[in-house]
Design a protein around this ligand. Structure first.
Ligand SMILES: Cc1cc2nc3c(=O)[nH]c(=O)nc-3n(C[C@H](O)[C@H](O)[C@H](O)COP(=O)(O)O)c2cc1C
Length: 359
């Protein structure tokens, strides 16, 4: 594949490789998008990600980057924190297609109405991958190679999750989370992001954020495994203050930051109200969750301030413009992550930077 050489207005007329939702996950993983040659607009001010210096608050969330090739590609497009899609201690295959089903949604977080499938993508989709993972020997080697290949000032964050069996105790779950985190750190990961919420799986690993005590137990093991490196915990939708307080108090002794929100859960139906995905809920991502995510970030920022906790916040969900980024930074996040908007438009990081760079 030829390396795209970007002209003066680097994005105009350029067709940047992007995830093809009409093809399988494996097909997309095998692709080799060449890094773009693009000069990143420098942002004024100084930025950090959980204490580590970065050139911008812009990151890619766990999801769009399943291997080092995709990580190097998005690193070349103006993103400073690259999150390796969630990995496990055992291989796991992807759910059947559709893995990304475009939907139209009522304002999520306020309504029990299901999302309705749509033929084309207009901002939101239902995400259905089930957190597939390659064999640890493969992802560990890839993490190590990728860290070496990335520019020094870009951060590699690795997202990890446990793979519980039915008879596992919370101790077993914590050990498995910690094992993956240790492997990622051994490979040179700059940060670890532990996924305590996945709306597409029904086992404990997908719902940990709902049980503050268990979440704290797992986070304690992760902290030991990660040592002094930043530990981020990704959580799901929480919209009431008492739950937010309990979760923050439980995680603050161990976590550097909370990442929120890992999609909003919703059932999905077709135009005739027939259920999709066997009637099981799926995570909705993109524009349809933007307002609910911003509300949650404001709630957590308030709670963290009231309790005087050292936790930082990273916003994710529906972010797709410089205006969104500013809103989240003002709301209390210290960095943001994009998934959907960056998959649909890989040039978005560059444009957001250009806009943030201009007064
Ligand atoms: C294609 C895709 C795959 C995802 N896979 C993961 C994953 O493996 N682990 C995870 O924590 N979140 C995963 N997510 C959730 C995103 O990290 C993010 O929380 C969510 O999509 C909301 O952000 P957005 O509105 O910018 O898409 C995935 C999202 C998408 C779109």
């Amino acid at each position: 594949m030829n390396t795209p050489r970007l002209p003066a207005d680097p994005l105009k007329g350029l067709s940047l490789p992007r995830y093809d939702r009409t093809q399988s996950f494996d097909w997309n993983c095998r692709r080799n998008p060449a890094p773009a040659r693009i000069e990143e607009p420098p942002l004024p001010g100084s930025w950090t990600y959980c204490g580590l210096p970065v050139h911008s608050p812009l990151g890619i969330a766990a999801g769009p980057l399943p291997n080092g090739r995709w990580i190097r590609y998005y690193a070349s497009l103006g993103f400073d924190v690259l999150t390796y899609k969630t990995v496990r201690s055992r291989p796991r295959t992807c759910y059947p297609m559709p893995n990304l089903q475009p939907v139209t949604v009522s304002p999520l977080g306020h309504s029990a109405a299901p999302a309705v499938s749509a033929p084309d993508m207009h901002g939101s989709w239902a995400v259905s991958f089930g957190m597939p993972s390659r064999h640890p020997d493969l992802w560990r080697a890839d993490v190590a190679t990728t860290r070496l290949a990335l520019p020094k000032h870009k951060l590699l964050s690795v997202s990890v999750v446990a793979t519980p069996s039915d008879d596992w105790t919370i101790e077993n779950l914590a050990e498995d989370f910690a094992r993956c985190a240790r492997w990622a750190v051994d490979g040179g990961a700059d940060c670890i992001e532990a996924n305590f919420s996945c709306p597409n799986v029904t086992s404990t690993d997908g719902q940990l954020y709902r049980s503050p005590e268990s979440a704290a137990q797992v986070a304690a093991g992760l902290r030991q495994a990660v040592g002094p490196k930043p530990l981020l915990i990704k959580i799901g939708h929480v919209d009431d203050e008492p739950s937010a307080r309990k979760l923050c108090q439980a995680l603050a002794p161990f976590a550097s930051a909370l990442v929120m929100v890992n999609c909003l859960s919703s059932r999905v139906v077709d135009q005739h109200q027939h259920p999709l995905f066997g009637g099981e809920p799926r995570g909705i991502a993109g524009e349809g969750i933007r307002d609910a995510v911003l509300t949650q970030v404001r709630l957590f920022a308030r709670v963290i301030q009231q309790l005087g906790l050292p936790l930082k916040l990273v916003s994710v969900g529906g972010i797709g413009s410089a205006k969104d980024v500013r809103c989240h930074l003002e709301a209390g996040a210290h960095a943001v992550q994009l998934a959907t908007a960056a998959m649909v438009d890989p040039g978005i990081g560059f444009r957001i930077r250009r806009s943030l760079a201009s007064p």
